[in-house]
Design a protein around this ligand. Structure first.
Ligand SMILES: *[C@@H]1O[C@H](CO)[C@@H](O)[C@H](O)[C@H]1NC(C)=O
Ligand SMILES: *[C@@H]1O[C@H](CO)[C@@H](O)[C@H](O)[C@H]1NC(C)=O
Ligand SMILES: *[C@@H]1O[C@H](CO)[C@@H](O)[C@H](O)[C@H]1NC(C)=O
Ligand SMILES: *[C@@H]1O[C@H](CO)[C@@H](O)[C@H](O)[C@H]1NC(C)=O
Ligand SMILES: [Cu+2]
Length: 588
C-alpha cells in the first residue's frame, strides 16, 4: 500500500528554519507592499497583467521564499506512465523512444506556489528501471521524493508504480526527467510550471519552450559508445524546440509560437539537452529576462541568451513589430557538435503573428554568439537579496575534477572527483544507509558531509582535467550562490568574488580548466547529488553526493513506507547475479 505522508507537508514550522541564516536587511520591495507604485498591501493586491509582482495574502515577489511559502495550497495530482515505444519528432523516421503518457515532451506539470504535488509514476518499460527527478525543486524535508535511483530511492521496477509527493516552495519554470542512467535522452522528460509572482508585467503566459539536442540512435547505444570513446561523446543529429524541428532533408516542421500584435508575453525557455549549450534570439524582439532557474532576478534586456543544460530563463517580450513571421533562432555553443547543417535553414522555431501567412520568415539568420559559459553574473541579480558570509572563504572545500581512461577495459572513460568516479548502488541507495544509521556508503559513493545546521559551506570545484570543456554543474535540494568562477586555479583570495547578493540558481557552468565557487547553507537534511548535467558525463561518474545533517534525516523525512516499498519491489526484480542487463555506468 502506498501511504500518503501528510503531516510533514503541512508543517510550516519546519519551513521557517532558514531564519537563522544571515540575510540582507530589506528586500527591494517592502514585504506586504508588493506594488512599489501604489504601495497597496498584498492582501489588497492580486496577481494580474499589471500587478505581476503581487501574489496573494501577504506573499509577493519580495517574499523570502526560503523562509515561507503560501500555506495550505491545493493538492495537484498527475498520473504518468512511461512506455517503450517509438518517436519521430523531426520527420527523419521513427526510432525507439521511451515516452511519458505517449507524449514527447511529456505532459506539462503545473501547480501554484505553496501547492502540494502528488505524482504517480508507472514504469511500463520491459527492460529498465526508472525514477523521475523534479529538477530544481528544493524537496524541503522530502528527500525520498527527489527521484535519484541509488541515492534517494531504489529505481521503480518494471510494472510498478511509485508515488512522489512534494511541496512547491519556490515558483517559476523547470522540468522533470528520468535520473536513471541515460534514459532521459530517450525521451523521459517534461516541463514544469509553478505559478507565482514575477519581476515584470506581461499579458499572457506562452508556457514552456524546451530546447534539446536529438540523436537518431538511442541514448543507451550512444552512452555505451561514449564510455569507450577516445574522442568524446557522439555528435547530435538535430535540435528540437518543444519536441519539433525540420530535418536536414527539409522534412519535419518548425514549432510555432503564436502571438497577437500589441500583447506582451512571458516565455519560459529551458535547455533539456543531453550534451548541448544553446544561444537563442528572437529576431526584432528583444528579451527582458526575469528569472534564472527558479530565482526571480532584476529584469534586464538583451537580444541573446546563452542557456546551458538544465538552466532556465523566463523572458518577457512585446509583439510590437509588423504582423508577420520571425525567427526564434537557436545556435549551438562552439563546444558542441551537431550534424544539422548550419547554413540555409536556421535552427529554431517561428514566432507567428495572428493574421500573418502560414510561412517561414523571409529573413536569414543572424550571427549568434558561440561561447559556452554562463551569462555574466552581473546580469543575474536576484530580486530578493542574500549575503554569503565571508567566513566561508577560508573554509572552502576543494573538489578536484579530473578524468581517467582505463586501457585494459577497452579505454573505459571515467570522470573523477578527488580521484574517485561516482557509481551508485541501485539495490542499496545511500538514503537507506543514512536511515539505518550506518556509516559505510561503499566504494565510489563520493559522499561529502555537511554536518552543521544552518552553517554555510563553500565548494570549490577545480577543473584539473586535461580535457578543456565546460561542465554545467547542478545541485539537488538547494539553490547555490555562485560567488565566483574563472579560468585557471582559484588563488584563495576574495578578489573578484561576490558575497553581496550573488547569482543564485541550481545550474552553473564550470569553465574549462577553471574553477567554480558555490556556497549554500545547510538548511535541508538529506542526501543531495551534485552532478554535471551533460548526461554522458553523469553516466561517466561526474558527481558527488552531500550527506547533509545525517542525524536529522530520519525525523525530517517522516514516514518512509513509499521508499521501503520501492526497494522491496526493486530487489525482487533486480536479483543479484540474475538480471536481464547489467549496470554499465554510474547509474544516474
Ligand atoms: C524496448 O523494446 C525493445 C524491442 O522493441 C527491446 O529490445 C528493449 O529492450 C525495450 N527497452 C526497454 C527499456 O524496455
Ligand atoms: C535499458 O534498456 C536499454 C534498451 O532499451 C538497454 O540497452 C539497457 O541495457 C537497459 N539498461 C538496464 C540497466 O537495464
Ligand atoms: C543546452 O546546454 C548544452 C550544454 O551545456 C549546450 O551545449 C546547448 O547549446 C544548450 N542549448 C541551448 C538551446 O541553449
Ligand atoms: C552481467 O555481469 C555478470 C558478471 O560480470 C555476467 O556474468 C553476466 O553475463 C552479465 N549479464 C549480462 C546480461 O550482460
Ligand atoms: Cu560535464
Amino acid at each position: 500500500m502506498l501511504i500518503p505522508r501528510v503531516a510533514c507537508w503541512l508543517s510550516l514550522g519546519s519551513i521557517a528554519l532558514a531564519g537563522a541564516i544571515p540575510k540582507n536587511a530589506a528586500p527591494v520591495v517592502v514585504e506586504r507592499q508588493a506594488a512599489t507604485s501604489t504601495r497597496a498591501p498584498d492582501s489588497a493586491c492580486t496577481n494580474g497583467p499589471r500587478t505581476r509582482n503581487c501574489w496573494s495574502n501577504g506573499f509577493s515577489i519580495a517574499t523570502d521564499f526560503d523562509a515561507k511559502a503560501p500555506p495550505a495550497g491545493k493538492t495537484v495530482t498527475y498520473d504518468l506512465e512511461i512506455t517503450n515505444t517509438t518517436a519521430d519528432p523531426d520527420g527523419n523516421g521513427p526510432r525507439l523512444a521511451m515516452l511519458i503518457n505517449n507524449q514527447y515532451p511529456g505532459p506539462v506539470i503545473r501547480a501554484s506556489w505553496g501547492d502540494t504535488l502528488i505524482i504517480n509514476v508507472k514504469n511500463s518499460l520491459q527492460d529498465n528501471g526508472t525514477g523521475l527527478h523534479w529538477h530544481g525543486i528544493r524537496q524541503l524535508n522530502s528527500c525520498p521524493h527527489d527521484g535519484v535511483p541509488g541515492i534517494t530511492e531504489c529505481p521503480i521496477a518494471p510494472g510498478k508504480t511509485r508515488q512522489y509527493k512534494f511541496r512547491a516552495t519556490q515558483f517559476g519554470t523547470s522540468w522533470y526527467h528520468s535520473h536513471w542512467s541515460a534514459q532521459y535522452g530517450d525521451g523521459v522528460l517534461g516541463t514544469m510550471i509553478i505559478d507565482g509572482p514575477a519581476t515584470a508585467n506581461y499579458d499572457e503566459d506562452l508556457g514552456t519552450l524546451p530546447l534539446t539536442d536529438w540523436t537518431y540512435k538511442t541514448a543507451f547505444e550512444l552512452n555505451e559508445r561514449a564510455q569507450h570513446s577516445t574522442t568524446g561523446p557522439p555528435t547530435a543529429d538535430n535540435i528540437l524546440v518543444n519536441g519539433k524541428h525540420i530535418n536536414a532533408a527539409g522534412g519535419g516542421s518548425y514549432h510555432k509560437i503564436n502571438v497577437v500584435k500589441g500583447k506582451k508575453y512571458r516565455l519560459r525557455i529551458i535547455n533539456t539537452s543531453v550534451d548541448s549549450v544553446f544561444h537563442v534570439t528572437m529576431h526584432n524582439h528583444p528579451f527582458t529576462v526575469i528569472t534564472a532557474d527558479f530565482v526571480p532576478i532584476k529584469p534586464f534586456v538583451t537580444n541573446q541568451i546563452t542557456i546551458n543544460i538544465g538552466q532556465r530563463y523566463d523572458v518577457v517580450f512585446t509583439a510590437n513589430q509588423n504582423i508577420g513571421n520571425y525567427w526564434f533562432q537557436v545556435g549551438l555553443g562552439a563546444c558542441n557538435r551537431n550534424a544539422f547543417p548550419a547554413t540555409g535553414r536556421p535552427m529554431g522555431a517561428i514566432l507567428h503573428y495572428a493574421d500573418a501567412p502560414d510561412a517561414n520568415p523571409t529573413s536569414t539568420g543572424v550571427t549568434l554568439e558561440t561561447g559556452c559559459l554562463d551569462m555574466p553574473s552581473a546580469s543575474l541579480v536576484p530580486f530578493v537579496p542574500n549575503t554569503v558570509p565571508s567566513s566561508v572563504i577560508p573554509a572552502a572545500r576543494e573538489l578536484d575534477l579530473n578524468n581517467v581512461v582505463n586501457a585494459a577495459q577497452n579505454n573505459l572513460f571515467r570522470w573523477t572527483i578527488d580521484g574517485s568516479t561516482h557509481i551508485v548502488n541501485w539495490n542499496e541507495p545511500s538514503l537507506q544507509t543514512a536511515l539505518l544509521g550506518e556509516t559505510d556508503y561503499g566504494a565510489n559513493s563520493n559522499v561529502y558531509e555537511i554536518p552543521t545546521k544552518d552553517n554555510w559551506y563553500l565548494w570549490w570545484i577545480q577543473n584539473k582535467s586535461p580535457i578543456p570543456i565546460p561542465h554545467p554543474i547542478h545541485l539537488h535540494g538547494h539553490d547555490f550562490y555562485v560567488i565566483g568562477s574563472g579560468a585557471g586555479t582559484w588563488d584563495g583570495s576574495t578578489t573578484g568574488l561576490t558575497l553581496n547578493n550573488p547569482t543564485r540558481r541550481d545550474v552553473a557552468t564550470l569553465p574549462p580548466s577553471g574553477y567554480l565557487l558555490l556556497a549554500f547553507p545547510a538548511d535541508n537534511p538529506g542526501l543531495w547529488v551534485m552532478h554535471c548535467h551533460i548526461a554522458f558525463h553523469a553516466s561517466q561518474g561526474l558527481s558527488v553526493q552531500f550527506l547533509e545533517r545525517k542525524g536529522e534525516i530520519s525525523t525530517s523525512v517522516g514516514n518512509t513506507d513509499i521508499f521501503n516499498q520501492g526497494c522491496q519491489e526493486w530487489n525482487e526484480y533486480w536479483v543479484d547475479g540474475n538480471h536481464p542487463y547489467n549496470q554499465t555506468d554510474s547509474g544516474i
